[in-house]
Design a protein around this ligand. Structure first.
Ligand SMILES: [Zn+2]
Length: 135
């Protein structure tokens, strides 16, 4: 899911804003974007860049961290209230973040594996062509 509210302060495509910019390529999320991204975070559907920006904002902004806690409490806590399961907000938040990080690592692994398979396929094709040419 791509939410177009994201502000890119890295300078790409911007003529102003020089000075106290974050590192090149790093995206900075504002509070409104963070709030808009909460449902996607809970559904584990933020892309890697958005997930990094989301988690960074959560660490740096206590108001948004609290907003996320409330949303998790409503989203997950009330559901468990119905079933009578135990609910620990801190554990739930940590579990959601851990799951998101694992999904990101899995995507990176798949991307790397796809690259290696492609390289292997090209190597195999070159070997077949060379054998064909030398016969
Ligand atoms: Zn914030």
């Amino acid at each position: 899911m791509r939410i177009p509210l994201m502000k890119n302060l890295s300078g790409r495509g911007q003529k102003s804003g020089r000075g106290s910019r974050p590192a090149e390529g790093k995206e900075v999320m504002d509070c409104a974007t963070f709030t808009a991204c909460i449902p996607a975070f809970l559904e584990d559907s933020l892309d890697d860049d958005m997930l990094d920006a989301f988690l960074a904002h959560r660490r740096s902004c206590s108001a948004c961290a609290e907003e996320l806690s409330i949303r998790v409490l409503i989203d997950r806590g009330l559901a468990k209230l119905d079933t009578g399961e135990n609910f620990h907000l801190r554990n739930e938040l940590n579990g959601i973040e851990k799951k998101a990080r694992e999904a990101k690592a899995h995507r990176a692994f798949l991307s790397k594996t796809a690259y290696l398979l492609e390289a292997a396929a090209i190597t195999a094709a070159v070997i077949v062509i060379l054998r064909y040419l030398t016969i």
